[in-house]
Design a protein around this ligand. Sequence first.
Ligand code: URP
Ligand code: ZN
Ligand code: ZN
Length: 463
Amino acid sequence: MHTLVSGGIVVTPTSYDPGHPTDILIDHERIVAVAPGLAAEVGPAARVIDARGRHVLPGGVDPHTHLDLPVGGGIVSSDDFASGTTAAAFGGTTTIIDFPTQARGGTLRAALDEWHQRAAGRAVVDFAFHAIVCSLDAQVEDEIAALPEAGITSLKLFMAYPDRLMLDDGATLRVMELARRHRLVVCLHAENGHAIAHLVAAAKAAGRTTPRMHAATRPAVTESEAVHRAIALAEVSGATIYIVHVSTAGAVREIAAARRRGLPVLGETCPQYLCLDETAYDAPAAHAARVVMSPPLRPRWMQAWLWEALAQDDLQAVGTDHCPFTDADKARGLDDFTRIPNGAAGIETRLLLLHEFGVRAGRLTWPQLVQVFATGPARIFGLHPRKGTIAPGSDADLVVFDPEPAQELAASRLHMRVDATPYDGMTVHGRVETVISRGEVIVDNGRLAGAAGRGVFLRRGRP
Ligand code: URP
Ligand code: ZN
Ligand code: ZN
């Protein structure tokens, strides 16, 4: 069974030539050739997808999603693996990496089993897992060593949320040592949990409880300090670390300085930090609650630092940290910001926003967009070259993207299960026309064509 994606402008991190349309030949699930003039090599039974005048990108790899995530108080993130991966597909993302979360005192195995059950029969795109470790004992240490056998080659640790998720520096260091020994990447949520808890207690004691206080109690220095400390612990242990959802100029500075010293420090930012800013907390409480996330939105001037870091390879990936909640769930904390579930929707809008505010604004080139959208995360998390590129032998995960049409973003026209996205009302250019996952068309000219349950679990290697 052959498919030919014909005459598109093929983009990879190392090639982009709008003057030379290229064909991509697919045999079943894999790409077999990338060259001009391949039409002559396919029989009449082949499916031909006309990509003339469009860009053809590798399917996106979103290294940071939270689907079907219970966050306490009976609240669960509002996209499950069916709706979330459907939205991912519409946004040109063909691989996600989600976060099985250990129950404190529980095993990693139980969390992995639970997440496999959540995904079973539901995923429209392929998926992989990072393992969140939030308490450590001898059994969990043995489980960390065994993770690669389960197809998992990265961990996530929290330096925030002391009541639920945080590991202290000693335990963090111990996990990093194990990670180095077993060649696992350590992802870190880097915010100083104790300092934040102190500021939160002071705000509540002063009766200051509106959603904007979420941001006021998580100042930029609580991120940059934690990033500095994470890097120090990585240097002591020799581990490779990946700082998730970097939001501040100070954190970028720390990461860039560590990289200049040759340390294996990697970083991710997210569209919300690139495209939104702290003035969103000035909105009425119900709207401000929609952008209560951790870290919070920052002053606008910091965005330039994040874009520049992506362009300079000081940050290597853009993940979404997709963690959506309905307005009803967000409303539980309108009079007490600490009860607002943290997170926002974004799994579907990553490519559109990177195109509009990155490429069209002259902050990223097309190859750089592909690097942070697909190739960078695939490489870091042991999925490359199967995922994240367009080359013979790679999975045929492709996005046919028309950069021209304008659209106004609105939750009602998107597929994420939220009342509103933080981007509603913005006009962006571009349309994800066709999405192919392992050779199968899953979005066909803007319509869903892939079935829930077709996505497979990806056993990852080491980078
Ligand atoms: O506010 C956020 N980011 N919620 C999701 C969980 C996390 O910290 O990544
Ligand atoms: Zn986080
Ligand atoms: Zn997250």
